[in-house]
Design a protein around this ligand. Structure first.
Ligand code: ZN
Ligand code: ZN
Length: 188
């Protein structure tokens, strides 16, 4: 399912591409990939998408589009929902070893740049995880106009009529509701 990868999720051996001329590209399709998103995020759908790797003078340029979904709770009605997530990666990746000599390159000059590992493997799991974490919505909704929960009984509102028997209503809330009706009358 994950053409071009070598065991680890979102990992490609790019030794062949590195031996090609600058401007050369490789395209890979990603499907059915699950990664560890940490304790706070639950992946609800496999990661699907496409990766284009382009040879540059110094290393590789990664262009990738991925789609997945996160398990979440509607911020209004608290239902379990799946939140679709789309991420785009565009990142330069540099080798860890000098391609001609195999000697380790000094990574301290550009500590923030993504590096291939010592086996000329591109590992995108970490940048993909970080992009998904950034894309997580702060207040997801089950639908754009989710009506939320009834403030009286706590059931999810349906948008239609929502009635209560007297026994459902907390006496303190009943008093509050009565006050609101009276207050509305005074303004007229
Ligand atoms: Zn909702
Ligand atoms: Zn209610």
């Amino acid at each position: 399912m994950t053409g071009g990868t070598i065991g680890e999720p979102l990992t490609w051996n790019v030794a062949g591409l590195l031996s090609d001329a600058p401007g050369s590209t490789r395209d890979y399709r990603v499907a059915g990939v699950t990664i560890d998103l940490g304790e706070d995020l639950q992946q609800a759908d496999p990661i699907e998408g496409e990766v284009r790797l382009s040879r540059t003078n110094r290393g590789l340029l990664v262009n990738a589009e991925f789609a997945t979904a996160l398990g979440a709770e509607c911020s209004r009605c608290l239902r379990e929902i799946e939140v679709p997530i789309q991420i785009h990666l565009e990142e330069e990746v540099l080798p860890a070893l000098d391609l001609a000599t195999g000697a380790p390159l000094d990574a301290s000059a550009e500590p923030d740049v993504l590096r291939l590992n010592d086996h000329h493997e591109l590992q995108l799991e970490t940048p993909v995880r970080e992009a998904i974490q950034l894309a997580e919505p702060i207040a997801p909704l089950c639908e754009p106009d989710c009506p939320g929960l009834c403030s009286v009984c706590g059931e999810r509102m349906t948008g239609g009529l929502h009635e209560h028997g007297d026994e459902d209503i907390d006496p303190r809330l009943e008093a509050l509701l009565g006050f609101q009706v009276d207050g509305g009358g005074e303004t007229r």
